[in-house]
Design a protein around this ligand. Structure first.
Ligand SMILES: Nc1ncnc2c1ncn2[C@@H]1O[C@H](COP(=O)(O)OP(=O)(O)OP(=O)(O)O)[C@@H](O)[C@H]1O
Ligand SMILES: [Mg+2]
Length: 256
């Protein structure tokens, strides 16, 4: 049921109401003198069209880029055909993950993993997109060039951040870089994502508060053995990643 707001509410709270429409994927009805006069709808509705290219990026190593890329691919693969992870890291963690999973089970993973064509990654992504693939790009740490390429071609760049002061600080550097790029790439969308959170830990609460000052994903990925032990296996359909995908679709859906 759509919420109703009088025209005067709209005058006072327009930015926060529009955020609500987009972030929560809910329509609102505008009323005047008790009569409905207009409807405000989100650009993309939940469950319809989410983004087609998502990059996991950070200059900082070990923040969970590969782990989240693989788990996100798993969740999306349950809904869409043709999901592929592009491994843009020379360490080839995602490719090795796939190789191990194929050794363990004949079906392998429910999505593809391919090596990035490093000097032509934008062309590679565009081609996969045109073939109808959903693409998740796993990027290497400390590689500004790849971060820029991946974020340019992606509909959304996610920056996983671990809940320590040092990581929040390094995450901020990656976010600043993306913010700067947005001047030249107007449709660039990016968001920080708190990973390995332990809700009862002071450091996690502090990191959470700092991230509230930035563009962030509200879903938080907890510290769990299920993630730590997932390498080389078919990623499990974990609820936090499902929540993450739902939030991404609601807030960053595209009509491309
Ligand atoms: N939510 C989580 N809970 C527990 N362990 C996690 C979680 N996310 C990641 N890890 C663990 O953290 C370590 C680093 O994760 P991962 O390799 O995905 O990070 P990365 O950002 O891809 O690293 P690199 O920058 O080296 O490519 C791994 O041992 C992984 O299992
Ligand atoms: Mg990695």
């Amino acid at each position: 049921m759509a919420k109703r707001f009088g025209v005067s509410d709209l005058r006072q709270q327009l930015p926060s109401l529009l955020d609500k429409v987009q972030a929560q994927g809910e329509e609102i009805i505008v009323t005047r003198n008790g009569k409905d006069i207009a409807k405000v709808s989100p650009v993309a509705r939940p469950g319809t069209r989410g983004p087609q290219v998502i990059a996991l990026t950070s200059l900082k190593g070990g923040v969970g880029k590969t782990t989240l890329a693989m788990h996100l691919a798993r969740v999306i693969a349950d809904e869409r055909e043709n999901v592929v992870v592009i491994d843009a890291d020379n360490e080839m963690s995602a490719l090795r993950w796939r190789a191990q999973a194929s050794d363990l089970s004949p079906e392998g993973l429910p999505f593809g993993v391919v090596a990035a064509e490093r000097d032509q990654i934008m062309k590679q992504v565009q081609a996969l997109k045109h073939q109808g693939h959903t693409v998740i790009i796993d990027t290497p740490p400390n590689d500004r060039e790849m971060l820029r390429s991946a974020a340019t071609i992606a509909d959304l760049a996610l920056v996983p951040v671990l809940p320590t002061a040092l990581d929040v600080d390094r995450g901020a550097v990656s976010l600043r870089l993306l913010e700067d790029m947005a001047f030249a790439v107007p449709n660039l969308r990016f968001a920080a994502l708190l990973n390995r959170a332990a809700s009862r830990q002071r450091q996690t609460r502090e990191a959470d508060e700092v991230l509230n000052q930035t563009v962030r994903i509200h879903t938080v990925i907890p510290q769990l053995n299920a993630y730590q032990e997932a390498f080389g296996l078919t990623p499990r359909r974990l609820s936090h990643v499902q929540d993450l995908w739902e939030e991404i679709q609601k807030r960053f859906g595209s009509d491309l």
